[in-house]
Design a protein. Structure first.
Length: 303
């Protein structure tokens, strides 16, 4: 009786345990950068799909085009009225997308490689119960093999599988300069200390500090492609086109002194330095090659 009570007591005090569920949170997916999105959005036909926050002027800058050309190519009645998911032509219709380079993906070593499997041609082994007689029989069979080895079919050779090595991610090189581009002559757009250098993905040009009203000059001869404040983050902006491939941008000006379509010479004053759409007086200067920001130090003289 006491044994039964003890058993019941033990059963009554056993705690109830809830099943354990493994709730593993998958790692967050890294969103694509705006430049990656732009590269994917423009297809081989020279078309671009408008994203949230885009303006026609910014799209034109990203692809190295004059926004007025985008207006003409797309028959836009109002350049300020573009909509998300609207498809725009960003290359001249006659170019047929020849300026768009194909993206070649490097080989990956994450793809599983299955080596060839040698097919077994020998008879299947017969399973026997363990007895002294069966053990003796197996030993006699082994001794017979040692005394007179039978000819065996050589195992098929397994070809060595070489995995392609994955190259280290290389920094994409800027396109080579055309003969006309290489012959262009450049000067610094403003005097002052460089407070921020080119860093692809973070700073698309160089920042030069100075005083309000200080002169900003054209870094090279060309034609004013844009003069205004239509791109958020650039303030009062001047864009000068120097060739079919190269343009320069001058941002955060206090006053703009040139007009669209005006030809300017190297060293000509085009604006006054300011702090429009930024937190300090400075000039943000960019050089773009085929719409892609490149390091201005490749072009500007040493000083």
């Amino acid at each position: 009786m006491s044994f039964a009570l003890a058993l019941l007591s033990a059963c009554g005090t056993t705690p109830n345990q809830a099943p354990v569920v493994d709730r593993t949170i998958p790692p967050p997916v890294k969103p694509a950068t705006p430049s990656e999105t732009a590269q994917v959005a423009r297809d081989e036909r020279g078309l671009y799909t408008v994203k949230k926050g885009d303006t026609l002027i910014r799209i034109a800058l990203e692809f190295g085009q004059n926004y007025r050309d985008l207006v003409a190519w797309n028959n836009l009645s109002n350049p300020n009225d573009i909509k998300v998911d609207q498809v725009l032509r960003v290359l001249p219709p006659e170019s047929n997308g020849v300026e768009t380079a194909a993206i070649v993906m490097p080989p990956s070593d994450k793809t599983p490689v299955t080596p060839p499997v040698a097919k077994k041609t020998g008879p299947k082994g017969e399973k026997k119960p363990y007895t002294d007689a069966n053990l003796a029989e197996l030993q006699r069979a082994d001794n017979g093999k040692d005394a007179a080895p039978a000819a065996t079919t050589p195992a098929p050779a397994v070809a060595a599988v070489t995995r392609p090595s994955t190259p280290a991610p290389a920094v994409p090189a800027a396109p080579a300069l055309a003969a006309d581009d290489a012959s262009l002559s450049w000067v610094w757009p403003a005097d002052g200390k460089v407070v921020a250098t080119f860093d692809e993905g973070k700073n698309k040009g160089v920042d030069i500090s100075g005083k309000a009203g200080q002169q900003v000059v054209a870094a090279g001869a060309g034609k004013v492609m844009y003069a205004g404040s239509g791109i958020r983050g650039y303030g009062n902006l001047v864009i000068v086109k120097h060739s079919n491939n190269l343009l320069s941008a001058y941002a955060h000006n206090r006053t703009i002194l040139v007009k669209e379509g005006q030809s300017v010479s190297k060293g000509q004053m085009i604006a006054e330095m300011g702090d429009s759409d930024t937190d300090s007086v400075k000039l943000h200067f960019e050089i773009r090659q085929q719409g892609k920001p490149v390091d201005p130090s490749r072009f500007l003289p040493n000083r």
